[in-house]
Ligand binder design. Structure first.
Ligand SMILES: Cc1cc2nc3c(=O)[nH]c(=O)nc-3n(C[C@H](O)[C@H](O)[C@H](O)COP(=O)(O)OP(=O)(O)OC[C@H]3O[C@@H](n4cnc5c(N)ncnc54)[C@H](O)[C@@H]3O)c2cc1C
Length: 465
């Protein structure tokens, strides 16, 4: 009998066919004791949980609304080259390793569940709107050459040849053939379906209120907001931008802060959507347009051949108040239609504001911490979809006592210091003093993070996922 994947009530439901070791009295006391408790069921948490369950571990995922965080807004670009930016070579290398992990992950997920993660291998075109934007694009293309990334500069004619829907004001372009996309919502749904099929996995629709600690200070589980205990050999904290809230008082730093982003979902009639991901620099502002295959995604309700098109994204040093702003929506539509005038005809189906989990150095926090029993899988900022498979691999390696993939070493959570404060390594990367210990509150001036991105509706830098 399969175990229900979600479980809204009390958590005293042991797995029907437990595969991991558990104390003999677990059922007697009515507390589900598992190998791994994953706090947070966004794309990162469920990817970790699915991999762990597939490896034979018993798993509980705690989340009041799985998939409703940043994962719900994400466009799904798997774009380590097009997302690369000055000073962020470590993030680019990690992203490249993350992209390599995606095809096998999507294939395994498809084979296990029959579901499609919406992986489209069509490459990404980045377009410059005016002469100043071309100068910016060339600086960026030179960075790609220095780092040996796979991208090629194109003139306007070659760009239009590749993407005929481009508007008349295209001054230059760069083509990244290895930057692809997946559908984050479809991937999340497939992972949850995969968990349904795993006998040792349960998703509990509750929030973790606090972590449990055992003798010696080890983390041994969590208490949910209904007061139920969930005990586990290892707790994986994957609660997105809220992850820092749960470690107050623990000697571990989780400096994650919310950076709000808004995406739009459009429904484009046949012939009205680009074939490739089109990113743009429009008078210094970044924008992107991500098409899905006809009939897939959340938006294409308009009829046969219609496509979902995701337009993104704003980047705001703002809390996750779920407020879409008039200025944000206006800026995204203005810049997207400057590149692709055909979008004028598309229907606006959804405006989605959510917050990315950002860290002071824009690298995630993945792996073991100084606290026994506590592992982190959070802080993926603009690249959590790209990095979900490699994060799951890395956490599974930690759980199994193996070396994580070497590319993930830069994401070691211990770089922010051992004593519940950003240590020298974290401060050096961040370039600013630490935030309040272990709270996830940002370091930097006025509590806005360090280095602080400008509090603007649309950022002036080239990366914006
Ligand atoms: C506008 C936008 C566009 C983006 N585009 C891209 C893109 O194109 N490509 C890409 O790779 N990335 C993109 N990202 C980034 C990506 O969405 C995130 O990095 C990724 O979703 C992070 O996943 P997560 O599971 O860590 O966090 P989330 O998806 O935020 O999930 C965290 C989960 O934790 C739960 N939670 C919180 N507190 C608790 C608690 N106390 N107990 C239990 N559960 C809790 C929440 O309910 C939530 O479900 C984008 C993000 C945004 C906002």
């Amino acid at each position: 009998m399969p175990v229900p994947w979600h479980h809204p009530g009390p958590p005293e439901v042991p797995s029907a066919r437990p595969r991991g070791a558990r104390p003999a009295d677990a059922r007697a006391v009515g507390v589900r004791i598992v190998d791994v408790l994953v706090v947070g069921g966004g794309i990162i948490g469920v990817a970790v949980a699915w991999r762990a369950a597939r490896a034979g571990l018993t798993v509980t995922v705690l989340d009041p609304a799985p998939g409703d965080g940043a994962t719900h807004a994400a466009a799904g670009m798997l774009a380590p080259v097009s997302e690369s930016w000055f000073g962020e070579e470590a993030a680019a290398r990690l992203g490249l390793a993350g992209a390599v992990a995606w095809p096998a992950f999507a294939a395994e997920l498809g084979a296990a569940t029959g579901a499609d993660a919406g992986l489209r291998s069509t490459g990404t075109l980045t377009v410059a709107y005016d002469a100043d934007d071309v100068a910016e694009l060339r600086r960026w293309a030179a960075l790609h050459r220095r780092w040996g990334l796979d991208s090629t500069e194109l003139g306007p004619a070659a760009a239009r040849n590749r993407e005929p829907l481009l508007g008349p004001r295209v001054s230059g372009a760069a083509w990244a053939p290895g930057d692809h996309t997946a559908d984050p919502r479809a991937t999340h749904a497939a992972l949850v379906a995969g968990l349904t099929d795993e006998p040792g996995a349960v998703v509990v629709h509750r929030a973790a209120a606090r972590l449990l600690r055992g003798p010696g200070g080890a983390v041994t589980g969590a208490v949910d907001d209904a007061g139920h205990e969930h005990r586990a050999g290892t707790v994986v904290l994957a609660a997105g931008w809220r992850s820092g809230e749960l470690v107050a008082g623990l000697p571990v730093a989780v400096p994650v802060r919310p950076v709000r982003g808004q995406t739009l979902r459009l429904d484009a009639a046949p012939g009205g959507a680009p074939e490739h991901v089109v990113r743009g620099i429009v008078q210094g502002r970044p924008v992107y347009v991500v098409p899905r295959d006809p009939g897939t995604g959340a938006a294409p309700g308009g009829g046969p051949g219609h496509r979902e098109v995701v337009v993104g994204a704003t980047s705001e040093e703002a809390p996750d108040d779920r407020r879409a702003t008039a200025g944000g929506v206006f800026a995204l539509l203005r810049d997207a239609r400057a590149l692709l005038p055909a979008l004028d005809e598309a229907a606006v189906v959804e405006v989605t504001p959510r917050a990315r989990p950002a860290t002071p150095d824009n690298l995630p926090l993945v792996g073991a911490t100084e606290v026994p029993g506590l592992c982190l899988a959070t802080g993926h900022y603009r690249n959590g979809v790209l990095l979900a498979p490699i994060t799951a691999d890395a956490v599974l390696a930690v759980l199994a006592g193996r070396e994580p993939p070497s590319a993930v070493a830069v994401a070691d959570p211990r770089r922010f210091g051992p004593a519940g404060r950003a240590g020298p390594a974290g401060r050096a990367r961040a370039g600013a003093p630490p935030g309040p210990a272990g709270t996830g509150a940002p370091a930097g001036p006025a509590g806005t993070g360090a280095p602080a991105e400008p509090a603007t509706v649309v950022p002036t830098r080239g990366a914006s996922a």
